[in-house]
Design a protein around this ligand. Structure first.
Ligand SMILES: [Zn+2]
Length: 73
């Protein structure tokens, strides 16, 4: 699964980060990006969209519809 963050943007180091597939030395206190989004209603709407798109991207990737992404993550 690829990074969904734009280059130059910062994601947290949590193992379940909503934006980045962190591997290796990860934290496990929960994604601080998600926590930050949950503070406002607009953020909650964005979060729902992000989680939906991640699910769609994961399914497409797992089913081989998308390739060219790094298999290591
Ligand atoms: Zn995060």
């Amino acid at each position: 699964m690829p990074d969904l963050y734009l280059p130059g943007m910062k994601a947290c180091s949590d193992g379940n980060c909503i934006f980045r597939e962190n591997t290796g030395m990860v934290t496990n206190g929960g994604c601080s990006c998600q926590r930050e989004l949950q503070r406002t209603e607009m953020g909650m709407q964005a979060l729902r969209t992000i989680l939906f798109l991640r699910k769609q991207a994961r399914a497409a990737y797992d089913n081989g519809y998308i390739d060219g992404w790094d298999d290591a993550s």
